[in-house]
Design a protein around this ligand. Structure first.
Ligand code: PEP
Ligand code: MG
Length: 532
């Protein structure tokens, strides 16, 4: 049988080899009553059981996994999801059939969405559909995946991913799917290679038994020839050796080959991301994305709750600096009740600092919590999506006012330095006009706005390139302004962790990188190989 080469999109890097497991959905049978009232009750009970089951899982989950499960709970709590199903049930249709019909309409709607973010959420609705169906039928329909296998499917739900044991290796190769899906985020967090968008996986004879997944190149080879397999295994061995060497060096400070010290900070979503990590691996925390605090279904977080979270992070660093970003909602991060969903292009709308200034009653609570936390460590505060100096000035005035009010009330507090994210080209081009205490470059947004190529749109992924000379010029310009003004410039976008870019980024003069914990060892090893 000839080997089959397929090209797709990179969803999670890394190499893997293993037996192919085709993910198929089990359709459970259920005996329906002929009574619409009983059927409606059965559906209500099944939805509530699914919701309770996920809420239980949240209690033992952390970070991204908890966020994803929260999203599913919020969907199940939204009556609008089940209303069409109850409507069909009242016309005599069985509960499981009605639920499937209603959810399939919803899934099709998400799949047809213009925005990649919403298309990527389709797998979550499939997950919710199947979970409720499982409760209706009493049969668990989540597919079991044997450790070490290469999972092929059209798409994969977060539940199917979480049910598998990825500690023995394995990878995911999807006909459809999206790099922005929740399953892709989970795969990146676990280091599981994943390639999506391979196109139809249809086999003219026997399905393939073995596959090689190259998550660095976005390719999959089914039924490889012995020589292809041998070469791939050599590459895997070399990559493994490099990873082990890099891991061993993660506690050492990052230094270039010519001895330039590079600060390596962490990007986190909350204190749970720090569990089990040793602060010695980093020089501090460069980005806390506080959005997760606002994603809870119980409403906006109170000052004390925010303060407690910020303090836990400061306590973990034992005196090293922590940069907390104020709420960056909107764009690819909608938050129910806070962001508007009527914008045609949310990336150009009321997001980041614009939203915070438009909702001072929400922003002031966060600023107060930050001033209180600042009394207990080296805290810096940074503002997302700054485009003009007046935004920084207005936020600065509000910070001063909250600090003064806390002092008057005799509450322990400090006024943290206020810096800006440089992620709008206007801010990079006029960086010297901002009286910022520091600059932190958000290359994810800076790249998409400079190249006019959405960060989550696969069709223009080649243009969404931080290595483009225009983006690098804006980064170099910001670094130069920081040098002249004597303030720190760091890079906290995903490009900081992309070791293919390390040489080019160091050439801009950058000396501070902020990356997710999993990327620290690899970045330090890459830095050590560069002569500046
Ligand atoms: C960025 O834009 O590079 C950034 C770090 O912010 P986010 O990815 O959260 O928008
Ligand atoms: Mg950003």
């Amino acid at each position: 049988m000839a080997e089959i080469h397929l090209n797709g999109l990179i969803a999670s890097p890394g190499l893997a080899i293993g037996p192919v497991t085709m993910l198929t959905t089990t359709v459970a049978r259920r005996t329906a009553s002929d009574n619409p009232t009983q059927e409606a009750t059965a559906l209500r009970v099944a939805i509530e059981s699914a919701r309770t089951e996920i809420a239980e899982q949240i209690k033992t989950s952390r970070g991204e996994v908890a966020d994803i499960l929260e999203f599913q709970v919020a969907m199940l709590e939204d009556d609008a999801l089940a209303d069409p199903a109850y409507g069909v049930i009242s016309q005599g249709v069985a509960a499981d059939h009605a639920w499937r019909l209603a959810l399939n309409v919803e899934i099709d709607g998400y799949r047809a969405a213009e925005d990649e973010y919403f298309r990527a959420r389709a797998a979550d609705i499939v997950d919710i559909r199947d979970r409720v169906l499982a409760h209706l039928s009493g049969v668990d329909t989540v597919a079991r995946i044997a450790g070490g296998s290469i999972v092929t499917a059209d798409d994969i739900t977060p539940s199917a991913f979480l049910a598998a044991d990825w500690s023995q290796g394995g990878a995911i190769a999807l006909a459809a799917g999206s790099p922005s899906s929740h399953a892709a985020m989970l795969a990146r967090g676990r280091g599981t290679p994943m390639v999506v968008g391979l196109g139809p996986l249809s086999w003219s004879g026997q399905p393939p038994s073995l596959a090689l997944v190259d998550g660095d190149a976005g390719t999959v080879i089914f039924d490889p020839e012995p020589e292809t397999r041998r070469l791939f295994e050599l590459r895997m061995a070399a990559a493994n050796a490099a990873r082990i060497a890099a891991d061993a060096g993660r506690f050492a400070p990052a230094c270039t080959a010519d001895g330039r010290r590079i600060a390596v900070l962490l990007n986190i979503a909350g204190p749970d991301d720090l569990a089990g990590l040793d602060p010695a691996i980093c020089d501090g925390i460069g980005l806390v994305r506080t959005e997760f605090l606002f994603e809870v279904s119980q409403g906006l977080p109170e000052e004390d709750a925010q303060y407690a979270v910020y303090r836990r992070i400061l306590d973990w660093t034992q005196g090293k600096p922590v940069t907390i970003r104020t709420l960056d909602a909107g764009g690819d991060k909608p938050i129910a009740g806070l962001t508007t969903d009527s914008e045609r292009n949310p990336f150009l709308g009321l997001r980041g600092i614009r939203l915070s200034l438009a909702r001072p009653e929400v922003f002031r609570v966060q600023l107060r919590a930050l001033c209180r936390a600042a009394a207990h460590g080296t805290l810096k505060v940074m503002l997302p999506m700054i485009a003009v100096p007046s935004e920084l000035e207005r936020a600065g005035d509000m910070l001063d006012a909250e600090f003064a009010a806390l002092r008057t009330q005799g509450i322990a507090c400090a006024r943290p330095p206020l810096g800006i994210m440089v992620e709008v080209p206007a801010a990079a081009l006029c960086a010297e006009d901002f009286g910022a205490a520091f600059y932190s470059i958000g290359s994810n947004d800076l790249t998409q706005y400079t190249m006019a190529a959405g960060r989550d749109i696969g069709a223009v992924a080649d243009l969404n390139d931080t290595a483009n000379a225009a983006v690098l010029a804006l980064i170099a310009r910001t670094v130069e302004v920081g040098r002249k003004r004597g303030v720190e410039v760091s890079l906290c976008g995903d490009a900081a962790a992309d070791t293919r870019l390390t040489t080019a980024l160091l050439a801009t003069g950058l000396t501070t990188f902020s990356v997710s914990p999993i990327a620290v060892a690899r970045l330090k090893a890459a830095v050590a190989g560069v002569t500046t």
